[in-house]
Design a protein. Structure first.
Length: 118
């Protein structure tokens, strides 16, 4: 496993920290998620998506259905990424963003974290 990139977006006082990892096994994914959850204990949500060959998974992590994991997954698929895990740590800023803005923010977080990679 290898951390390829990270970036942070802030929207209406909520902080979104995106991580992009190269992973080869589901165990690596599980270990990264465990470590990130320990590192960001106060985060409200840590949705993610990954693709390792034919194994794909996405999670909204208690965000409204399809507002977090799906847009992250879509970025992985649109960019033909493989052995890729993208997760976004969200610290709630006190203002509800609504499904549209929430979805766009997760989408933009995933776009940004892969964009900076050479």
């Amino acid at each position: 496993m290898k951390l390829i990139n990270t970036c942070t977006l802030e929207v209406k006082k909520s902080k979104f920290i995106a991580y992009y990892y190269e992973v080869k096994t589901k165990e690596e994914v599980d270990n990264i998620l465990k470590d990130i959850k320990l590192e960001h204990k106060k985060a409200k949500h840590i949705p993610y998506a990954y693709k390792i060959d034919n194994i794909v998974k996405k999670s909204d992590d208690k965000e409204p259905s399809n507002t977090a994991g799906t847009p992250i997954y879509n970025i992985i698929m649109q960019n033909n990424l493989n052995n890729a895990l993208i997760l976004v740590v969200r610290y709630f800023g006190g203002t509800l963003l609504g499904a549209g803005l929430l979805t766009r923010t997760y989408l933009n977080s995933a776009k940004e974290v892969i964009k900076k990679v050479d």
